[in-house]
Design a protein around this ligand. Structure first.
Ligand code: HSE
Length: 439
C-alpha cells in the first residue's frame, strides 16, 4: 500500500507535536495501519521559525492551494484554529473530496451543522477527536463505546487553564489575577484567554459533547455560559468549609425530553473523583443508562496529547481509505436521518442547589429579612453560616439552598440585593451533589 498523503495547515504547538508523534511512532502506526502516513505538505504563514523538529523544507509552503489543489492529498488536517480561515479551508477541503481532521472546537461549535451536512453529502469524513478533552478519546467513547446507551448526563472539566487557576486558588489561596498570569505562561490558554476564563472554550466543547450524546443539534447560543473570573478565595474557603470544591463544569443532562446545557463554576463534593481532577488535567464524567457512571481522565491540552488524538483520527480515516469503506460511524454519532431537534431548557427553568454569599449589616433582623424573601420565592435553606465580624465592614452570611428553580433564586436576589442592609451584590454559585438524583 502506498503511503496515505496528508496536508497539514498550521505548524504551531499541536502541528509540531503531530509531526513529532508521526515520526516517533512511525513503526507502531505502520503495524496498526498497514501503511505509512506521509505529511506531503505543511502550510503556515511562518515557514521560517525553527520549531525544534526535523522537517524537509521542501514540504513547507505559505499557499493553501498547495494542499487543496493537490489530488494526491487525501486528508487535510486543520490546526490553525479560529473560525474564519479555518472555515474556508474545511469547506474547500470537503468540496475537493478530501477528508478532514480538526482540533478546532470553536469551528465545530459554531459551524459544525453546516460542515457535517456538507461532508455527509460528499461522503467525506471529519475527525474531531482532539476538539474536546485533548488526548482523552471522549468523542470515540460517545460515538462507539457507549453506542448502546441512552446518555443521561455529562459533567466535564474540559478547560485546563481554568482548572489550573481554580486549583492554584484552592491550594495556595491565591487571587485570580495572579494565577491567570501563571497559567498563561504554561501555554495552554487560548489565543484570547477570555475564552478560557469566561467559559467560552468549555461551552464550545460542551456543545459538541451534547450534540453527540443526544443526537440533537445544540446551538452554542443555547449553552448557558458563565466563567470563573468572579470566583474569589473567600468563596473557595467557604466551599471547603461545607465539604465542597469549586470547578468550572460543563454540564449537560436530559430530563422530561429537554436538554440542559450549561457551563458555570460549580460546587461539587470534595470526595468525588471529579473534585480530585486538578491542575491542567481534564475529566469527563458520562452517565449512560446501561453502563452507569463512567469517567475519562487525562491531558486536555498540550502538543503531544492533542497530537495523539489528531493522529488517531488520521489513522482511522486512513483505514477507511484503505478498506474503501463508506461512512461506518455517523459523523455526529446518530444517523443523520435519525437526528432530532430536542428542546433545550431555558436556564431560568433549571433546577439546582445554590450557595449564596451575602454581605450584610450586622444588626437584628437581617437573617429573617433575607430568609423571608427566599421563602416567599419557594426557596428552602439547607444550611446557614455567619462568621463573627472582624472589622467595621459588612458581615458575611452564607446559605446553601435545597433544590430551587433558577428564576426563583434570581428573582429573590433581585429583591435582597436592594435591601438597605445588603452591602454588595450577592454571590451565587450552583451546587451539583446528587440531591436532584436523590429526588
Ligand atoms: N485552552 C484550552 C484549555 C486548550 O485550557 O484547556 C485545549 O482546548
Amino acid at each position: 500500500m502506498d503511503a496515505i498523503k496528508v496536508g497539514l495547515f498550521g505548524l504551531g504547538t499541536i502541528g509540531t507535536g503531530l509531526v513529532k508523534v508521526l515520526e516517533q511512532n512511525r513503526d507502531v502506526i505502520r503495524r496498526r495501519l498497514g501503511a505509512e502516513i506521509e505529511i506531503k505538505k505543511i502550510v503556515d504563514l511562518d515557514i521560517i521559525s525553527d520549531r525544534g523538529i526535523r522537517i524537509d523544507k521542501r514540504i513547507l509552503s505559505t499557499r493553501a492551494e498547495d494542499i487543496l489543489n493537490d489530488p494526491e492529498i487525501r486528508i487535510v488536517v486543520e490546526l490553525i484554529g479560529g473560525t474564519d480561515a479555518a472555515l474556508a479551508i474545511v469547506r474547500k477541503a470537503i468540496s475537493s473530496g478530501k477528508h478532514v481532521v480538526t482540533a478546532n472546537k470553536a469551528l465545530l461549535a459554531v459551524h459544525g451543522e453546516e460542515l457535517f451536512a456538507l461532508a455527509s453529502s460528499a461522503g467525506i469524513r471529519i475527525g474531531f477527536e482532539a476538539s474536546v478533552g485533548g488526548g482523552i478519546p471522549i468523542i470515540r467513547i460517545l460515538k462507539e463505546g457507549l453506542a448502546a446507551n441512552r446518555i443521561e448526563s455529562i459533567y466535564g472539566i474540559v478547560n485546563g487553564t481554568s482548572n489550573y487557576i481554580l486549583t492554584r486558588m484552592t491550594d495556595a489561596g491565591s487571587e485570580f489575577g495572579a494565577v491567570l498570569k501563571e497559567a498563561m505562561s504554561h501555554g495552554y490558554a487560548e489565543a484570547d484567554p477570555t475564552y478560557d476564563i469566561e467559559g467560552i472554550d468549555s461551552a464550545h466543547k460542551l456543545a459538541i459533547l451534547a450534540t453527540l450524546a443526544f443526537g440533537s443539534p445544540i446551538p452554542l447560543d443555547r449553552v448557558y455560559t458563565e466563567g470563573i473570573s468572579k470566583i474569589t478565595p473567600v468563596d473557595i474557603e467557604y466551599a471547603r468549609g461545607f465539604g465542597y470544591k469549586i470547578k468550572l463544569l460543563g454540564i449537560t443532562k436530559i430530563s422530561g425530553g429537554e436538554v440542559e446545557a450549561r457551563v458555570h463554576p460549580t460546587m461539587i463534593p470534595e470526595d468525588t473523583l471529579l473534585a480530585q481532577v486538578d491542575g491542567v488535567l481534564n475529566a469527563i464524567y458520562v452517565n449512560g443508562d446501561a453502563v452507569g457512571p463512567t469517567l475519562y481522565y487525562g491531558r486536555g491540552a498540550g502538543a503531544l496529547p492533542t497530537a495523539s488524538s489528531v493522529a488517531g483520527d488520521m489513522i482511522e480515516i486512513s483505514r477507511d481509505i484503505i478498506q474503501g469503506g463508506a461512512e461506518r460511524v455517523p459523523l455526529c454519532a446518530f444517523r443523520k436521518e435519525d437526528r432530532i431537534q430536542l428542546p433545550i431548557r431555558n436556564m431560568d427553568d433549571v433546577m439546582s442547589r445554590y450557595f449564596l454569599r451575602f454581605a450584610t449589616a450586622d444588626q437584628p433582623g437581617v437573617l429573617s429579612r433575607i430568609s423571608g424573601i427566599l421563602a416567599d420565592h419557594g426557596i428552602s435553606i439547607s444550611s446557614v453560616m455567619q462568621k463573627g465580624r472582624k472589622s467595621d465592614g459588612p458581615v458575611t452570611i452564607v446559605m446553601m439552598t435545597h433544590m430551587a428553580r433558577e428564576k426563583d433564586v434570581k428573582a429573590a436576589l433581585s429583591k435582597t440585593d436592594v435591601l438597605d442592609i445588603v452591602a454588595e451584590k450577592t454571590v451565587l454559585i450552583r451546587i451539583e451533589d446528587g440531591e436532584e438524583a436523590a429526588g
